[in-house]
Structures are given as structure tokens and as C-alpha cells.
Design a protein around this ligand. Structure first.
Ligand code: PRP
Ligand code: GUN
Length: 178
């Protein structure tokens, strides 16, 4: 795997697609086992979580549903500190077992806001699945239930994660080479 350059910044290979694929399969099995008597609703947080959410959804072998919400807080390589809802949920989630699907938890602000919004809609339960988790970057406490990879506090692109809209379509994950 070669290095990539975007906006004058260089990124080096970090997690190969095959490793992602294996981890997603393991998470899918864990979720299937935890929700055997349920019919969970996966809430994918667009845009970044789309590739992970769809791969995870297909790795779940019990009946489940998926829906989408769109939030935005990042510009360039840093958080703006404010979380905007661009597209909301249209369905009734009261009484449902909800699993929020994120590509990354960084400062934790997006997840804190989203968890509160979802809980206010009276679901039966709420859990969090994230592909990437940066524990050292948290500014507010968040404890995800399903984690793909714990990673250091560095800027990531690929497999859904962008830099100003680019790089989401890379199959592998890359880290900013500082
Ligand atoms: O823990 P935080 O610091 O809040 O960061 C996490 C959020 O940042 C990214 O979204 P972004 O705002 O970049 O939107 P995008 O998914 O459309 O790229 C990511 O998809 C999470 O939703
Ligand atoms: N692309 C990208 N978006 C993020 N949003 C929060 N953290 C990150 C990150 O490391 N990379």
C-alpha cells in the first residue's frame, strides 16, 4: 500500500481492508448473538459511517433493520465543536432496540448529542457500535459497546472517513503522517 496525499498532507497505510473485513465479521457475530430475541434497528450516522454500517449490517445474521441520520461537526482535519443535524430520523423508534453505528468516536461530542436525541425518542435500549475509537481524544465521556479498533489521537481517512469530502472511497484506512 502506498502513501496518499490530500490538501498537501501525507497519509500512510494504517489498517488494511482485509483486517477491517475480519473485524466487521466478528462484530456482526457478536451483535447477532446479543440480539437473538430482538429485531434491532441500526441507526447509521451519515456520511462517514456508511461503508462500515452497510458491511456490518450484512455481517449480522438475524433479522435487523437499518436507517440513516446525518450529522456534521468536522471541517478539514479538526472538529468545529458544534454538531449540526443535516437530516433527521423519519421513523418511530419508540420501543425499539437501537444500535447507533459510527465510523469514529473522537472528541465524543457527536455521540453525546446523538445519544441524548435518540434516548428522547423512547427506544427500549440504545447501544453504540463504532469502527474506530480514540479514547485519548475524548472531551466528554462516551463508552461504546462494540469497537472495531482503538486507535491513537491521530487524523484518519479512508473507508468512509474523509478529508474535505475526499478519500471516503479508499478501501483501506490511512493515518496522517506527522
Ligand atoms: O467524536 P467527534 O469529535 O464528535 O467526531 C466524530 C464524528 O466526526 C465525523 O463526522 P463528520 O462531522 O466529519 O461528518 P461526516 O461523517 O459527514 O464526515 C464522524 O463520522 C463522527 O460522526
Ligand atoms: N476523517 C476524519 N474525520 C474525523 N472525525 C472525527 N475524527 C476524525 C478523523 O480522525 N478523521
Amino acid at each position: 500500500m502506498k502513501r496518499k496525499t490530500y490538501q498537501g498532507l501525507t497519509f500512510r497505510p494504517f489498517i488494511e481492508n482485509e483486517e477491517i473485513r475480519q473485524r466487521v465479521a466478528t462484530l456482526g457475530k457478536a451483535i447477532s448473538a446479543d440480539y437473538t430475541d430482538s429485531y434491532p434497528l441500526l441507526v447509521c450516522v451519515l456520511n462517514g459511517a456508511a461503508p462500515f454500517a452497510l458491511d456490518l449490517f450484512r455481517a449480522i445474521d438475524i433479522d435487523a433493520e437499518i436507517t440513516f441520520i446525518r450529522l456534521k461537526s468536522y471541517e478539514g482535519t479538526s472538529s468545529t465543536g458544534s454538531v449540526k443535524q443535516i437530516m433527521g430520523l423519519s421513523e418511530d423508534i419508540s420501543g425499539r432496540d437501537v444500535i447507533i453505528i459510527e465510523d469514529i468516536i473522537d472528541t465524543g461530542h457527536t455521540m453525546t448529542r446523538l445519544q441524548a436525541d435518540i434516548k428522547a425518542m423512547n427506544p427500549s435500549s440504545v447501544r453504540i457500535a463504532t469502527l474506530l475509537f480514540k479514547p485519548e481524544a475524548l472531551q466528554v465521556p462516551v463508552t461504546p459497546d462494540y469497537v472495531g479498533f482503538e486507535i491513537p489521537k491521530k487524523f484518519i481517512i479512508g473507508y468512509g472517513l474523509d478529508i474535505d469530502g475526499k478519500a471516503r472511497n479508499l478501501n483501506d484506512i490511512y493515518v496522517l503522517d506527522e
